[in-house]
Design a protein around this ligand. Structure first.
Ligand SMILES: Nc1ncnc2c1ncn2[C@@H]1O[C@H](COP(=O)(O)OP(=O)(O)OP(=O)(O)O)[C@@H](O)[C@H]1O
Ligand SMILES: O=C(O)c1ccc[n+]([C@@H]2O[C@H](COP(=O)([O-])O)[C@@H](O)[C@H]2O)c1
Length: 195
């Protein structure tokens, strides 16, 4: 069976932490591909000032150089609140011959018990947990933990840097930074002042 990893996220913006974790999951769990899946309305997160289409566009740019990375636009097309149980149920219906893995960062593990229909979700897919600096939670749910080079990097930090007109070089793919500046996302200017 084809093994597909789903890396769900808000990707506001996508960054090197996402690419590293996707690649480690691909290699460690022997996946055939990893699909980056931007949510439409994040269940537990506020997203202001950036549209779903802009987050999707940045995600496409971020993965464009890796042949085994794809974008899954199901949640953006579907609209509404993006509950993973609902999404994975639909993806499995659409692709019954695929074994799905859901990739999460270490910071998500503690909150898993609050996810919509989590007891059913863990039976549908396998969770892959990737270490993230500062998080060391244990969980009663079955999560295949993998070790990964850890990067203290978050979308929050990148939005703050862009707002302060600081460079995002080596933190996001160059095409993503170019898009952020072209679209003036997060209050950024066309040229970073510290490059
Ligand atoms: N540096 C990182 N190391 C490990 N996992 C990460 C890292 N950054 C993000 N993730 C994981 O990637 C997934 C998508 O994350 P998301 O798009 O919300 O980015 P974020 O950096 O956590 O965003 P924000 O700072 O806006 O909360 C989540 O499972 C999250 O735990
Ligand atoms: O289904 C849920 O209840 C649920 C609760 C929190 C997060 N998620 C999913 O987990 C992924 C990472 O979430 P986030 O908020 O860090 O971008 C993303 O695909 C979310 O839709 C899902």
């Amino acid at each position: 069976m084809k093994k597909v990893g789903i890396l769900g996220g808000t990707f506001n913006p996508p960054h090197l932490g996402h690419l590293i974790m996707a690649n480690e999951a691909l290699l460690e769990a022997n996946l055939d591909e990893v699909r980056f899946m931007p949510n439409y309305i994040a269940p537990h997160k506020d997203v202001a000032g950036v549209s779903a289409e802009q987050r999707l566009a940045m995600t496409k740019l971020a993965i464009s150089d890796h042949p085994q990375f794809k974008v899954e636009d199901f949640e953006i097309k579907n609209g509404g609140v993006s509950y993973s149980f609902n999404t994975l149920t639909k993806l499995i219906e659409r692709e019954p011959n695929v074994e799905f893995y859901f990739i999460i960062g270490g910071d998500m593990i503690e909150g898993l018990s609050t996810w919509h229909r989590i007891d059913e979700l863990v039976k549908l897919i396998r969770f892959i947990g990737v270490s993230r600096p500062g998080y060391n939670a244990v969980t009663p749910y079955p999560v295949m933990m993998i070790r990964s080079p850890e990067l203290l990097l978050s979308s929050t930090m990148l939005r703050e840097r862009a707002a302060a007109n600081r460079s995002l070089l080596y933190l996001v793919p160059e095409k993503v930074e170019a898009y952020i500046r072209k679209e003036r996302l997060y209050g950024s200017q066309p040229n970073a002042s510290d490059r």
